[in-house]
Design a protein around this ligand. Sequence first.
Ligand SMILES: [Zn+2]
Length: 264
Amino acid sequence: MRKYDVERVDVKVVQSDRYLIKRIGDIRDWKVYCVCESNCNNGWMRDKVENLARPIMIPLIDRDRLLRGETTRLLPHQQKIIATWAVLKAMVAEFDTHSWVTTHHSQRKYLMNRLAPPARGWAVWIGPYLRVSWPTHWGSSPFLYLSPKQEARRGGSLVATFYNSHASTQVIGSLFIHVMRSPANDYIENWKFSTPDGGSVFRIWPPSDVSVSWPGTIMSDRDADYVATGLYRDLMDRVSPLIKEGIENAPARSGGAPFWRWRA
Ligand SMILES: [Zn+2]
């Protein structure tokens, strides 16, 4: 592949932007320079995360295996390894030039020390996916969550200077990965997907003691898009009609900072 698409959705009070960023080169060579080489990239990230994830994930990534109808069972400890890998990559990708850092540094530290996703506010799904024409290889929609208390403290200001929540999607071969995080812990942890074409999307974080029978039903393009944009759609459904109208009908970018208002 010579070129690939990165999709980013920003939700702002003044405007909703869908960016399609064309990158040159192979997405597998996408490098984000934010971690140190010796201690992190060639240290614990490789030895304690990637090397453990590789043998478990390669069979899931392999399209031919999926097409041949091979099945595999993912045990709870293997699900945790995949989830840790997915969360690590999601955290690192936030440092890409086109992205937003939404994860608090204490959560990155937690992952490094415990080699597991943070205990609260994170959810990871995986599914078997055979792409037909859905273009996204990497997609991300950041937003700002404010608790009712925080919102009250802000008064009438609709301007935000940062995001603290994020949904990101990554497709590697036939493996679809979706990661959500937000300080709205329950909102994220109770999230459920019911795909339009019935494709399987297995939640592997927060952990369960149930093993996954892979692949289940292969996800369609429509299923992939439904999951990737699920959070954005739900948030748009929750905003007041006035804000929604403002987001959808706003003219060109006003220069205002990104903002998202969410109510439980
Ligand atoms: Zn480091």
